[in-house]
Design a protein around this ligand. Sequence first.
Ligand code: GLU
Length: 290
Amino acid sequence: MKRSTILRTAAVTATTALAGTALVACGSGSSSEGMLAAIEAGEVTVGTKYDQPGLGLHNPDGSMSGLDVDVAEYVVNSIAEENGWDAPTITWRETPSAQRETLIQNGEVDLIAATYSINKGRSESVNFGGPYLVTHQALLVREDENEITDLESLDGKILCSVTGSTPAQKVKDALPGVQLQEYDTYSSCVEALRQGNIDAMTTDATILLGYSAQAPGQFKVIEMEQDGEPFTDEYYGIGLAKDDQEATDAINDALTKLHESGEFDTLLDKNLGGDEAVSPGTPGDLSFIE
Ligand code: GLU
């Protein structure tokens, strides 16, 4: 049965200044001794997205904002506090979808919080703390679009997603009739959609709701379902060096505290307006990986 649902657009807090966070354009990287050693040394390099409002955004004034930014800060500071270390200086580093595993493996970042779905393939190269959030793949179309209403109606349409992302791969596998164009970033997909060069873009509902909220009246978000179920489940994790189990456990403890204290709901509300396309994950439970 075909079913389409328009998701409510979330209110996105435009700019949130980060207190106590240093922004440095180019990080030097510091993870050769592991994430915990970097936090103890007082300088940690955190990877996130720079162009995803409500999740990871590098603002014109140089500050960072978004749920992933806040979650990463919470985790790093809570690990420092737990160990009796000073809160470290965070150097932010942009980590586009296709580069995340490589940047971790090269030691250019100590951890990544960047709408980063945990899956089997990625788990062979990096460790994941989390999941701290679960969302689903969805579609973004122009407000006046009336032909694209669900997964099936994408056939023959031009769809945009990002290289190295799970949604791009899932669409290729499930819908060979779709003309998929892969860009480096979601913001370039949004621009192509605005210009009319593509018909729709696909990625996580969280990300699409952020773009939709940023440009009121221009776009709408459509859920993707298959056999009455969400087309995908995207479990967001915090990526770090492969086999660094001590740091992974520390991240999971911090994420559990984030959820149990109620702080996660506060951050969700602040950044994504209490986004209904999101549910909290269970940190440390990776049983969903096939
Ligand atoms: N969560 C998906 C992924 O990790 C899509 C979002 C992204 O590309 O960052 O691939």
